[in-house]
Design a protein around this ligand. Structure first.
Ligand code: FES
Ligand code: FES
Length: 157
């Protein structure tokens, strides 16, 4: 049995060490917010955080997350009130929606290190997250809005 911390909850899972985290999340724990796109680390649909780093859950063996903290889209804010989630809604970012949990998880790691990302910063950081619906302009807009709200919140402290 492996003990995993997922979104600050401890889960015991009966999984081989080399099972991709994506299968553990979706098939063993029924957490379906993290999506299966390509399965080979190329599209970003399966992005989760492990100790705050964006990782591809489809190619990351679950043993990597032992003694670490996994954050999935379900752990960002269960009521959907994180500034990035609000910005996503207000900018009508999702089309089919399939790639969007991965997009948000990647965007969050950008905002952790860059409080005021430029277009180029966003393009560079988000280049590994593919959207077949072409929502890139709205993603950019939403990231900038979230950055401004987070900076403002920071200023209020
Ligand atoms: S499903 Fe993991 S990168 Fe595409
Ligand atoms: S919103 Fe459809 S793939 Fe991105």
């Amino acid at each position: 049995m492996l003990e995993l911390n997922i979104n600050n909850e401890i889960h015991q899972v009966d999984a081989p060490d080399n099972m991709p985290i994506l299968w553990v999340l979706r098939d063993l724990l029924n957490k379906k917010g993290t999506k299966f796109g390509c399965g080979i680390g190329q599209c970003g649909a399966c992005t989760v955080h492990i100790n705050g780093q964006a990782m591809r859950a489809c190619i990351t063996p679950v043993v990597v997350a032992k003694n670490a903290k996994i954050t999935t889209i379900e752990g960002v804010d269960e009521k959907g009130q994180h500034p990035i989630q609000i910005a996503w809604k207000e900018n009508n970012v999702p089309q089919c929606g399939y790639c969007q949990s991965g997009q948000i998880m990647s965007a969050l790691t950008l905002l952790e290190t860059n409080k005021n990302p430029s277009d180029d910063d966003i393009n560079n950081h988000m280049s590994g997250n593919i959207c077949r619906c072409g929502t890139y302009p709205r993603i950019k807009q939403a990231i900038k809005q979230a950055a401004a709200v987070l900076a403002n919140n920071e200023g209020d402290k």
